[in-house]
Design a protein around this ligand. Structure first.
Ligand SMILES: NC(=O)C1=CN([C@@H]2O[C@H](COP(=O)(O)OP(=O)(O)OC[C@H]3O[C@@H](n4cnc5c(N)ncnc54)[C@H](OP(=O)(O)O)[C@@H]3O)[C@@H](O)[C@H]2O)C=CC1
Ligand SMILES: N[C@@H](CC=O)C(=O)O
Length: 430
């Protein structure tokens, strides 16, 4: 036990930062016992000194000069919860260079420029921890980096964005509109400062890149991830999924096959019987498949100030212990440069809804378009008659290129009035 306090500089006091302050205040005694020294909040950098805060922060701790704070000689650990690329990157690099260890929740920065940060941490012989960057409170990065280090992970599949899961869940269960559900997610502190990051899949793509990097000991960046968001998912898609006893979820999928990595984020229909279908509201869940362990599932609150602060505090305790013993934890492990498989070569399945003319031979013509592209069909059925005639087709597995070529062909057919919905289906067909 040391009497010398562990001095913490906090960058950002918004949804996450305010809850970090609350936990530091409310759990001071427990934290002291776990770290082995008192944990002292030494300064809090914000953009606006007079903004309303969810916690009371002593005025003398607040500053708008984040750089001066992170380069103070007495700071042991910098907790970065500002978000975004700059000034977060410059501040983290300055903190490491100046001798502080760093805890961050900033997935956007890690997925864009992680190697620069890891190299700076290694050079400075300081810790860089980021459990909160993926799936909020769920401990998923440490298990991938440490517990599964002796195994070969082949697949990671999950729901890793709380905001979009909240929106899709509301659309499915209460018939809420997209905008209304998004506003609620923002009020609850789930969404990013710019919610486009959530809705268009950038946030999930950043998390998928981090997961794939750790799972496959590779360097995968956000730009390597095939990304589609949920802005094109309509109430009709959600209803169509419901008709098939399925739900729409934004999935992040990372696979290692033939020593190539493929990483993608897109909405997909999954059967209600699938464990991911019961992941509600802003909860996240991640399945990990590995050669020796088999299937593992991690589940919990994926967004929100308090759950995320829990993960931040966990890292802070670890880093604090290392500071006291003069050690650091595991850094970035040795990595392999692996080829990233293009989305077109990735195997998937499609659910396609097509408004068609209601006449004999239509079904055969549509089936032929699938056959022309060597795509086998699992289900085809007609709904409605006359002007409302619609065919719903669910394919077996084929490459994404074959499936999108099929959709293009359908769009050019005379008997097709409109391809009204195209959605991937997760899981091998029975
Ligand atoms: N919210 C969530 O559920 C989760 C968030 N994260 C990540 O945590 C980080 C923070 O998210 P969140 O708390 O939601 O974000 P908020 O937008 O709620 O808070 C951001 C904070 O950073 C401060 N800030 C912004 N720019 C600067 C700057 N240039 N200098 C100093 N302070 C600045 C803001 O100050 P001011 O208050 O004065 O405007 C604010 O206090 C992000 O990286 C996010 O991706 C990770 C997991 C979950
Ligand atoms: N905006 C993110 C916050 C947590 O990472 C989300 O909704 O998941």
């Amino acid at each position: 036990m040391s009497n010398k306090p562990l001095k913490v500089a906090l960058l950002g006091c918004g949804s996450v930062g305010s809850q970090v302050v609350r936990l530091l205040q409310e759990q001071a005694a427990d934290l002291e016992a776990r770290v082995g020294a008192p944990v002292e909040l030494a300064g809090v950098a914000v953009r606006r000194l007079d903004a309303p805060r969810e916690v009371e922060v002593p005025a003398e701790l607040l500053t708008t000069d984040a750089h001066a704070l992170v380069t103070r000689d007495d700071i042991d650990v910098v907790v970065e919860v500002i978000g975004g690329i700059e000034p977060a990157r410059t501040l983290i690099l300055a903190a490491l260079e100046h001798g502080a260890s760093v805890v961050t929740a900033n997935k956007a920065l890690l997925a864009e420029d992680g190697p620069t940060l890891f190299e700076a941490a290694a050079k400075a012989e300081r810790d860089l921890y980021y459990e909160a960057a993926v799936a909020g409170a769920i401990p998923i990065l440490r298990p991938l980096r440490e517990s599964l280090a002796g195994d070969r992970v082949t697949r990671v599949l999950g729901i890793v964005n709380g905001t979009t899961n909240f929106i899709l869940d509301k659309m499915d269960t209460s018939g809420a509109g997209f905008e209304e559900a998004l506003e609620e997610a923002q009020e609850l502190g789930y969404a990013e400062a710019d919610p486009t990051a959530d809705v268009e899949g950038f946030d999930a793509a950043a998390k998928a890149a981090i997961l794939a990097s750790l799972a496959f000991h590779s360097r995968v960046k956000a730009e390597d991830v095939h990304r589609e968001g949920i802005s094109e998912v309509s109430a009709a898609d959600v209803a169509s999924a419901r008709d098939m006893d399925a739900v729409v979820k934004l999935l992040a999928i990372a696979e290692l096959r033939d020593d190539q990595v493929s990483v993608r984020v897109h909405p997909a229909m999954i059967p209600r019987s699938h464990p991911l279908a019961s992941v509600r509201e802003a909860y996240n869940a991640v399945f990990v498949e590995s050669e020796a362990a088999g299937q593992l599932m991690f589940y919990g609150p994926g967004a929100g100030g308090s759950p995320t602060a829990s993960a931040v505090l966990g890292d802070l305790v670890t880093v604090g212990r290392h500071r006291l013993t003069g050690t650091t934890g595991v850094g970035e492990s040795a990595y392999a440069d692996r080829v990233v498989r293009p989305m077109g070569e990735t195997l998937t399945r499609y659910h396609v809804a097509i408004d068609v003319e209601d006449r004999a031979g239509v079904l055969a013509a549509v089936a032929q378009a699938f056959a022309d592209n060597d795509v086998s069909i699992q289900i085809v059925r007609q709904e409605g008659r006359g002007d409302d005639a619609q065919l719903v087709v669910v394919s077996h597995q084929a490459t994404d290129a074959q499936l999108s070529a099929t959709v293009e062909q359908l769009r050019g057919m005379e008997i097709v009035r409109e391809v009204t919905s195209v959605m991937r289906v997760e899981g091998e067909s029975e």
